[in-house]
Ligand binder design. Structure first.
Ligand code: HEC
Length: 139
């Protein structure tokens, strides 16, 4: 439990921090992105989420080829994604981003086998990267 004085001090520190970094400190590492990079990253992220939705629905309909195509083109390590991941000034973030996109290609390959269990395991691995990165980094 914090005493009142301690509580006051920590909330004052929080405010200073907020002022400096334009975001509350929730323990995640800030990437320090420019406003343009922020917009770009978020729109990219929304497209990742959309891809996961499409893959899940194709998988449910056993349309493996279509699901595989989305996995490779939207989540896989395309030249565009490789370039994007290398634009950040944080090696760990870049490494995680590249590993994530590699998992997107592995997912594409798993879907090609038309094995639902194998495909779901690969999807779980890819989603693990989403969760891990979001827990570690913020804009
Ligand atoms: C290598 C890191 C990384 C990976 C992998 C990653 N993200 Fe993100 N994502 C981020 C960061 C950083 C943000 C911004 C979070 C913040 O600042 O609070 C973000 C934000 C988002 C947002 C919010 C978009 C908005 O408009 O507000 C969505 C949705 C999202 N990610 C979906 C996903 C999904 C789905 C996956 C996996 C298929 C994924 N992300 C994988 C780093 C990552």
């Amino acid at each position: 439990m914090f005493s009142y004085a301690e509580e006051k001090k920590s909330s004052a520190e929080e405010m200073i921090h907020h002022h400096m970094k334009h975001s509350i400190n929730d323990g995640r590492i800030s990437l320090g992105l420019s406003p343009e990079m922020k917009q770009h990253q978020l729109s990219n992220m929304r497209s990742h989420l959309k891809a996961v939705q499409a893959i899940t629905s194709f998988l449910a309909e056993e349309e493996f080829e279509k699901a595989s195509e989305i996995a490779h083109s939207k989540l896989g390590l395309t030249e565009e994604m490789r370039k994007m991941c290398n634009m950040f000034n944080n090696e760990d973030f870049t490494a995680l981003g590249l590993a994530f996109h590699e998992s997107g290609d592995s997912l594409g390959q798993a879907l090609k086998t038309k094995d639902t269990t194998k495909s779901l395991r690969a999807l779980k691995t890819t989603l693990g990267y989403c969760v891990q990165c979001h827990a570690t980094f913020r804009q």
